[in-house]
Write a protein that binds this ligand. Structure first.
Ligand SMILES: C[S@@+](CC[C@H](N)C(=O)[O-])C[C@H]1O[C@@H](n2cnc3c(N)ncnc32)[C@H](O)[C@@H]1O
Length: 252
């Protein structure tokens, strides 16, 4: 049997969150709503003439459904997909009364045909979980398959530069090696890409590249960036030691 992909380890985090009654991934600052910078970014997209205003939307890596619920309230018909079974159960419980289709599956492995076509695809900070370069190509080509021509792909991704000092202070169980962030995963078992660092087991958890590299990846996959917002890490906020790149791109 092939070894599990490391992003499947999110399941353990959601089980922990559920038992501690934590409702969403970005629990630190924004427990029940989208973070203000992401919300401003998404609002900026929806006022553009080329942006879809309604129709079918999909959130990849929907977690407990924070962004999916917000999109439904904007008038979209929403599908949320996540590899974590517990996240999907939590999303359903938090979305009672809303018509959101939640799918528990791995987007890397999914057959895109039955998923249908979308006008909008939101990366719910899922793309940076795909740490293998070849797998990222596969995922981007699947995103292209599910978007209608002219459809919009919204990326929200960690990127370089990083404040290494603040990173070491905040993420004491994580290490950056090249373009990948590794997390200590002694308790999770075997996963692809596992490495032994200073005698401990680490698994890849986030892909982190320079924003220029992320933009070329999008262009090479057939997406044309229309709005780019770059949030450089702020040395005064040690809890966010990495930079972020948000892009709204049109599927060519
Ligand atoms: C940083 S969390 C963000 C969750 C959610 N979008 C939010 O804003 O709260 C990234 C999510 O991507 C999901 N994920 C990672 N790899 C995935 C894959 N291959 N297929 C589907 N979901 C995946 C994880 O389980 C996790 O819920």
């Amino acid at each position: 049997m092939p070894m599990r992909k490391s992003y499947e380890a999110h399941e353990y985090e959601y089980r922990k969150m559920k038992s501690h009654k934590i409702k969403s991934w970005s629990r630190r600052n924004y427990p029940w709503s989208i973070s203000p910078p992401d919300k401003h970014f998404l609002e900026d997209i929806f006022i553009q003439s080329w942006a879809p205003k309604k129709g079918q939307a999909i959130e990849l890596g929907c977690g407990t459904g924070t962004i999916s619920r917000w999109l439904t309230k904007k008038g979209f018909i929403v599908t949320g997909i996540d590899v974590s079974q517990t996240a999907i159960k939590m999303a359903k419980a938090q979305s009672k009364g809303l018509k959101i289709k939640y799918i528990n599956d791995d987007f890397y492995l999914i057959d895109t045909k039955p998923l249908g076509k979308y006008n909008l695809c939101i990366d719910g900070q899922f793309l940076h979980c795909i740490t293998d370069k070849k797998d990222r190509k596969t995922v981007l080509s699947k995103i292209r398959q599910i978007l209608n021509p002219g459809g919009v792909f919204v990326v929200m991704s960690m990127c370089f530069p990083v404040s290494h000092k603040n990173f070491a202070k905040t993420y004491t169980t994580q290490k950056i090696l090249g373009n990948v962030i590794y997390i200590e995963a002694e308790k999770y078992g075997e996963f692809q890409g596992l490495r032994i660092i200073q005698g401990k087991k680490y698994i890849p958890t986030r892909y982190i590249a320079h924003w220029k590299v992320l933009l070329s990846e999008l262009k090479n996959a057939g997406f044309y960036p229309m709005i780019i917002k770059y949030f450089i890490h702020d040395k005064n906020t040690p809890e966010e030691p990495t930079s972020y790149l948000n892009v709204a791109a049109i599927r060519e």
